[in-house]
Design a protein around this ligand. Structure first.
Ligand SMILES: Cc1cc2nc3c(=O)[nH]c(=O)nc-3n(C[C@H](O)[C@H](O)[C@H](O)COP(=O)(O)OP(=O)(O)OC[C@H]3O[C@@H](n4cnc5c(N)ncnc54)[C@H](O)[C@@H]3O)c2cc1C
Length: 384
């Protein structure tokens, strides 16, 4: 028997929870389907920028203190380091600290919040296919759910996206970066007080070492532009960090949308948000903010459509095109500028660039300034 809701959300990560909160708060019947049972692990560095904290506070009603009490925020740092394997390129202070979250706790907290505000959370349900015209989700076990609208928030390998006829699948695949990461016990590693970025060893990508409470996470991500064996490269990276790769195997990896954002993630009765729509910032790979923000926009657009018996698609697209896509396009241009400059003149060019404009660039990463010409950025969720 098909269960009916106003909206069905596939995926209970940050995009799905933000969409569910927007809809449940307006009294709509919304179901979140997720194949996992929460809290579930999620491979991620967990770095939150200023704009993420502000979105959590203003739109989602969630504070850093509350997230820290829930065990979700586990570290904060107001400094950064950028270096090659051989030498430091730049380091400095930040205008606002980076916060680091444990994704299992963070995602669980947001999903429980959506549930407490009225969303039905249905776990252990894996969507197998979606009919975007009828608004029906079919699970692998044969059960079906129907909604006036469907929000695909099911991550980088989205099943909802597979039902979209208009997606350029070759581009989606080409710009999907392999990301490998491990968590090491902090006590067994050297002290790491602030995020460290490593450049110059990947043609279009980078490595990171992040403080993570009792752990340190180390990872790499990049585009498959040459015949790179990412697993072998990650081994070398760990060896450089003084970690025996054999002692920490098997490595875990997850695809990261890295420049394959969709310009029109709407088809029939379905809207895509977060990684499902490729909405990740293409230079640093920041995805948590863009999943929360696009999920929130998608939820608000569907609520608007339900209230007026109208189509939420244009409302959602207008907001994406005003707020999010200009940032992703500008960041995409900047990353090719940086990667090409590093290829031709060496990583020192990045150090020169960052040191020349340290403060405005840090404000750009945090979202106080735009990736487009470092103009002051006005986020609509901060405007009363
Ligand atoms: C190694 C790595 C490090 C990263 N580090 C950072 C970082 O430091 N900061 C940052 O901002 N971003 C980072 N990102 C990106 C960030 O993790 C993602 O952009 C973000 O998780 C996207 O959120 P989402 O809700 O769209 O998808 P997800 O968080 O992937 O959630 C999708 C949900 O959908 C569920 N699902 C999937 N398929 C189905 C299905 N068929 N049926 C039902 N449910 C399904 C999954 O179980 C999951 O719960 C990193 C990514 C990687 C891979």
């Amino acid at each position: 028997m098909t269960q009916r809701y106003d909206a069905i959300i596939c995926g209970g990560g940050p995009a799905g929870s933000a969409a569910a909160l927007a809809l449940a708060r307006r009294g709509h019947a919304v179901a979140v389907l997720d194949r996992a049972r929460f809290p579930r692990p999620k491979l991620c560095g967990g770095l939150l920028t200023w704009k993420t904290v502000r979105l959590l506070e203003t739109a989602l009603g969630e504070t850093v203190d509350c997230l820290a009490r829930a065990g979700a925020v586990i570290h904060r740092s107001d400094r950064y380091v950028i270096r090659t394997f051989d030498k430091p390129l730049a380091e400095g202070a930040l205008p606002f600290p980076f916060h680091f979250v444990d994704r299992a706790a963070f995602d669980n907290h947001l999903l429980r919040k959506a549930e407490a505000e009225g969303a039905s959370v249905i776990q252990g349900v894996e969507a197998a296919s979606v009919d975007t015209e009828k608004g029906v989700v079919m699970a692998v076990d044969g059960r079906t759910w129907a909604g006036d609208w469907i929000i695909g928030a099911d991550g980088a390998n989205s099943v909802v996206r597979k039902a979209f006829a208009g997606v350029d699948r070759e581009r989606m695949r080409r710009l999907m970066a392999p990301a490998l990461e491990i968590a090491l016990p902090a006590a067994e590693f050297r002290p790491v007080a602030c995020p460290e970025l490593y450049v110059g060893f990947l043609d279009a990508g980078y490595g990171w070492v992040f403080p993570h409470g009792e752990a340190v996470v180390a990872g790499i991500c990049g585009l498959r532009r040459e015949k790179i064996n990412f697993s072998a490269m990650f081994k070398e990276y760990l060896e450089f960090l003084g970690v025996d790769p054999a002692a920490v195997r098997p490595f875990r990896g997850h695809p990261l949308p890295y420049g394959n954002y969709l310009e029109e993630p709407v088809e029939g009765r379905a809207l895509l948000a977060g990684d499902a729509a490729g909405l990740v910032e293409p230079l640093f790979g920041e995805g948590i903010f863009f999943s929360l923000c696009s999920g929130w926009y998608a939820g608000e657009a569907v609520a608007h459509g339900l209230a007026r018996r109208g189509d939420p698609g244009p409302v959602y697209l207008r907001r994406l095109h005003r707020q999010i896509l200009p940032e992703l396009r500008a960041s995409d241009r900047l990353r090719w500028l940086i990667f090409r400059a590093m290829r031709h003149t060496g990583p020192g060019s990045l150090g020169f660039f960052v040191n020349a404009a340290a403060r405005p660039l840090a404000e750009m990463v945090h979202g106080m300034r735009s990736y487009a010409w470092l103009r002051r950025k006005r986020w609509d969720f901060l405007e009363g």
